[in-house]
Every structure is written in structure tokens, then in C-alpha cells.
Design a protein around this ligand. Structure first.
Ligand code: NAP
Length: 277
């Protein structure tokens, strides 16, 4: 009788030591008493194409992918989900038994589930959203907001041409506004999302004027170090409903964990605490 293999998964990046994903998956593996390991995997850029297919031979059933490989893995994967194609990047890989690599993107799913869990009465169709930033995270945010029926999105980015490219890709529900005008769009918004890296520890603060924020507007910062950014602190003072970025990180991990280890994990205060420890 052949011995059942212990499933291995991990997060691929370069560098990777900072990643919180091993704490998230490690916590769930212990909580549910599952056999399996989840490890950080640092791969040199010149070796990624060669190493990725080899992980399956070593017993890996899948992996998360982070900077700088979210786009690169799309060129190596054999099957790509529609949502990963739309976003143009993958963050979750499944190494199938037939040897093929399946690439998915769960960032948009994590983003939406985080808001839904924090603000259960959120009605996406009820009004426009403002999205700050036009990088990889913004693509996932915009794709998923349109998917849940947000009527239109005001998009602003320091480098305007990147925002224009997103409008081209996602269509007329996306309206580009100039970065210097960003503050003016806030009072129309039901939801404001910071998908720039501004406000992150070690980066400059997000300095757009916030006095347009109305009480009741949902404000979500994707940045989660620190957990309470200046944007969220100011929004809270103005009576907004705030959603931090850690929940997105946790929720985006759910589909991969379920697929690799066979149990759908719950995102709750305990896993948040385990990651913040
Ligand atoms: P990215 O592709 O590098 O995009 C960075 C974005 O920040 C761009 O829009 C960039 O504008 C803007 N930016 C950077 N420095 C700026 C500055 N000094 N002034 C104005 N804008 C500036 O990064 P990403 O992958 O989209 O990630 C963005 C943020 O989201 C990061 O903080 C990341 O940690 C966070 N994130 C969180 C989660 C989560 O699970 N919570 C998931 C994904 C990402 P330009 O185009 O003008 O350069």
C-alpha cells in the first residue's frame, strides 16, 4: 500500500522573508489539525521558469505568488482562470496531478470578502467608488468591483497614463480623474479604496485632501503595515466606516488553502491575532 503524501504548499517570491502568508496558513493547519506544510520559497529571477514545474515533483500541491512573480507565472502556467487573465496577474497556483500548472487570482475575491465581512450591509450597486492607484492591486480591485455591480469607478493615479490604460481595459464604467483632483471626488463616493503603496511603513503618507469624506462612506486601505493608516484614522474621525487591509490578505488565502489542504478555513479574530503576533 502506498503511503499518502503530506501536501506541501508555499509562497513564491524574491525576497520572501517578510511574507505573512506562512503565518496565515500555518495557523490554519494547526487549528484544523491537518497534515501539511506551508513554507516561504525564495527563487532567483533567472531560475523561476525552471524551478516552478519542479515544485510539483517535490510534493508541492500549490503555491501563492507574490512580488515580483505575479505576472511572470502567467507565462509559465498551462491553464489560467478568466479572472487572472482579466487582472493580468496570478497569486495562486495549483499543481495538478496531470502535471499542469493552473494559475488563478484571488486578490479580488479577498478584497470583496473583506469588505463584506467588515460591513455586512454594504450594497455595491448603491453608488460610485473611488480607487486610488493603478498598479497590480488596483486591477484586482477594479475587476472585482465591476463584477459585484458597482455602477462606476473614479480612478486616479499619480501616473495618469497607467489609469488611462485601466480605463481602456475595463471599459466606460471607469472614469479617470487627475491625481491632483483626487480629493474632489471623495464626497460623491460610497466607497474609497487606497490601492497605492502610500501610507505603508517606510513609504510617504497618502497626502490627498480628505475633507470631502462623508460620514458613512466606506474607506478601505489595502495597506496593512501599519494596520491603522493615516487614511483610516482620518476617515474614522470623519464618521466613515473603515476596513483595514489585513482582512484582504486573509481572505485571498482561503481558496488556495481549501484546494491544497481540503478544508475551507474561517477568517476570524484568531487568525488576525496569529498574523499580527
Ligand atoms: P504596484 O503595482 O507597485 O503599484 C503601486 C501604486 O502605488 C501605483 O499606483 C503607484 O503610482 C502608487 N505610488 C507609489 N508611490 C507613490 C507616490 N510616491 N505617490 C503617488 N503614488 C504612488 O503595487 P501593488 O501590487 O498594486 O500594491 C499596492 C499596495 O497594495 C501595496 O501597499 C501592497 O502592499 C498593497 N496590497 C495589499 C494587499 C492585501 O492583501 N491587503 C494585496 C495586494 C496589494 P504610479 O503608477 O504613479 O507609480
Amino acid at each position: 500500500m502506498s503511503e499518502q503524501k503530506i501536501p506541501l504548499a508555499g509562497v513564491i517570491g524574491h525576497p520572501i522573508a517578510h511574507s505573512k502568508s506562512p503565518s496565515v496558513h500555518g495557523y490554519w493547519l494547526r487549528k484544523y489539525g491537518l497534515k501539511g506544510f506551508y513554507v516561504p520559497i525564495d527563487i532567483d529571477p533567472e531560475k523561476i521558469a525552471e524551478m516552478l514545474p519542479r515544485l510539483a515533483d517535490l510534493g508541492f500541491v500549490g503555491a501563492n505568488v507574490t512580488i515580483p512573480y505575479k505576472e511572470t507565472v502567467m507565462e509559465i502556467a498551462d491553464l489560467i482562470t478568466d479572472r487572472a487573465t482579466l487582472i493580468g496577474a496570478a497569486n495562486t497556483l495549483i499543481f495538478r496531478k496531470d502535471g499542469r500548472i493552473h494559475a488563478d487570482n484571488t486578490d479580488g475575491y479577498g478584497f470583496i470578502e473583506n469588505i463584506r465581512q467588515t460591513i455586512p450591509d454594504w450594497m455595491p450597486k448603491s453608488g460610485p467608488a473611488v480607487v486610488l492607484g493603478a498598479g497590480g492591486a488596483a486591477r484586482a480591485v477594479i475587476a472585482s468591483l465591476l463584477d459585484v455591480g458597482v455602477p462606476h469607478i473614479m480612478l486616479t493615479n499619480r501616473t495618469r497614463i497607467r489609469a488611462e490604460k485601466l480605463r481602456e481595459d475595463f471599459g466606460p464604467k471607469v472614469h479617470v480623474i487627475d491625481w491632483v483632483q483626487a480629493g474632489n471626488a471623495l464626497d460623491d463616493a460610497d466607497l474609497v479604496v487606497n490601492s497605492t503603496s502610500l501610507g505603508m511603513a517606510g513609504k510617504p503618507d497618502l497626502r490627498i485632501p480628505l475633507d470631502g469624506l462623508r460620514p458613512g462612506t466606506i474607506v478601505n486601505d489595502l495597506v496593512y503595515t501599519p494596520l491603522r493608516t493615516r487614511l483610516l484614522a482620518t476617515a474614522e474621525e470623519r464618521g466613515c466606516r473603515v476596513v483595514d487591509g489585513l482582512g484582504m490578505l486573509l481572505h485571498q488565502a482561503v481558496p488556495g488553502f481549501e484546494r491544497w489542504f481540503g478544508k475551507r478555513p474561517v477568517v476570524d479574530d484568531h487568525v488576525r491575532a496569529a498574523v499580527l503576533r
